[in-house]
Structure formats: C-alpha cells, structure tokens
Design a protein. Structure first.
Length: 300
C-alpha cells in the first residue's frame, strides 16, 4: 500500500529571518527524501489547495485572521521573539493549513496520510502566534474530521516541545483527547502531568537524556491511558522530529526506528480507522528527512 503525502509548493515561501531554525530548507529536505526512487511505490503525491476562511474560523477568531492578513499586506513583522511573518509567509500559512485539511480527506479515503505542513502549528493559540506557529494545523484537521462525520478524535504529539496551543484549544472538549510526550521543563513551559483538561488531556512530561526505550514505553502508555474506555474515530499525529537524538532544539535520544515502532503501534491500536500525521518540528535536516521517511513507510 502507498501513503498519500499531501503538499503545497507555497509552503516553501515562509521565511523567518537569517539563522532561523524553521527555514525553507526543511520543506525541501522532506520533499527530496520522499521523492527517492526506492519510495516511489510507497508514496502517492496529493496537492492541496489553501485552507478556506470558514475552515480556519472553526478554530481561530476572524479578528486574529484579519490581523495576520493585514500584517502580511504590510510586508510582515515579528509576532514574538521567535515567530516572524515574512513577506510571503501568509501564503505558506494558508497552504500549510490547507495541507492539513486535505490530509484528513485523504485519510478518510485511504486510511492513512501524511501532510507536509510548514510552518508548523501546535504552539498556535486561538488568537496568538508563538513558537514558529501561526495557525494550529492539527486542531484545524481535527475540526475538519469532525465536520466530515468523525465525532471523536485522538491527537497524539511526539514533538520534543509541548503542544500548548493544541492543548489550550481542546482541553474543554471531551470529543477530542490529546496525548503529548515532550521534554519538560522546556519551551514553552506547559505540559505538566496534572494538566488534565476535562479528563481529556494526557501529558507525558519527561527530561532529556533518558534511554530510548523509556520514551517509547511511556509515550505508548499515555496513548493507552487515553484509549481506556474510549474509542476514537480518527487519529491525528503531531509528528515532530526534533525528538530525534541530535536535534539542536531538543535532548531526547530517539532514533528513526522508534518513529517506525510508534507509528506501527498506533496503526495497530486504530485498526481500520484513519491515521494521519502532520509535520511539526525537526531542525536538523538529515534527521528530519530520516524521521519523515520512517513515519511514511510505517504508515504504508
């Protein structure tokens, strides 16, 4: 079986400034890795349109969207110390959100998909950009899945940073459960184990430098806790590859084989129900490429 890989060429246009780790080369590295000849039979390429305003406003208030669009029209500017909207970044933001939405549709048709979402999204709050993120792609995807009939959605996040925006956007909604394993304490400082929402948040905070097997075991234990007496219709993965050993922004010790193991374990738990990954972090290009390839191969 092949995995639909959803993309939009405009995701390459976002530029956060010289030396910024969330750079256009990330997008190019993922495309190059997935276009290798040996993956031809395992990848089906699907191009996405930009996200519609209606879809975005399921998650983000119109005033916030208007603010970002107006900032883009003025040529961009800084939204916080590490989140900068460049001259063509808004094109990428809309494209990235559109990739997440189309990945949901492909997942419903094929049972699996991966979206090359750049810029990432899991730090974005309802009305605040932060942590390289402008719109929360994975929550947009969850609301789209629900609009298409999947009432209960599980979001799991293995990025090395806590998906604070995702948690904030779903923590009062029992129709969505959220599992995050992340380095703690680390940016953005959220994600303690006692942050439970309405019983739908399952944080797995861990220090850097632990044995690989410990992270794998503890992440899957968090997933199993979320699945206890609860069956989701759809699984979304915030797939951040800065959790791999050697990434400049994290201190986890994982290897691409662990991404394979996680992905296969998640597919087993979901059976025939859709599993869709969307790209979050990953800032050393060779590790990012290796992680994405491991994830897509395991999906297919």
């Amino acid at each position: 079986m092949s995995t639909p890989v959803v993309w939009n060429a405009a995701c390459r246009h976002h530029y956060g400034g010289a030396g910024h780790p969330e750079r256009p080369q990330r997008f190019a590295a993922v495309l190059e890795a997935l276009r290798r000849p040996e993956l031809k039979s395992q990848v089906t390429w699907v191009e996405a349109a930009d996200a519609s305003r209606d879809a975005i406003e399921r998650v983000h208030p119109p005033e916030y969207v208007d603010m970002l669009a107006a900032l883009a029209e003025r040529g961009g500017g800084a939204l916080d110390g590490d989140t900068f909207l460049g001259p063509r970044s808004w094109e990428s933001v809309l494209a990235s959100a559109g990739v997440a939405l189309r990945a949901v549709e492909q997942g419903m048709k094929e049972g699996r998909a991966f979206g090359i979402t750049r810029p990432p999204g899991h730090h974005a709050l309802a009305a605040r950009a932060m942590g390289f993120c402008f719109l929360n792609n994975v929550v947009l995807a969850a609301r789209h899945a629900q609009a298409l009939g999947c009432a209960r959605v599980l979001i799991v996040d293995w990025d090395v940073h806590h998906g604070n925006g995702t948690q904030a956007l779903v923590e009062h909604d029992p129709s969505i459960r959220f599992v995050s394993m992340h380095q703690y304490p680390w940016y953005p400082g959220t994600g303690a184990a006692d942050e439970r929402g309405v019983g739908n948040v399952f944080n797995v905070p861990r220090p850097g430098g632990l044995e690989r097997a410990t992270y794998v075991r503890d992440f899957l234990a968090g997933v199993d806790a979320a699945l206890d007496d609860w069956t989701p219709d759809f699984l979304l993965i915030s797939a951040g590859f800065d959790s791999l050993a050697g990434d400049p922004l994290g201190e986890f010790t994982l290897e691409p084989d662990d991404i394979t193991q996680w992905t296969e374990a998640l597919r087993q738990r979901m059976g025939t129900r859709p599993v869709v990954g969307v790209l979050e972090g990953g800032y050393r290009l060779d590790l990012l490429a290796a992680g994405v390839v491991a994830h897509v191969r395991a999906l297919s």
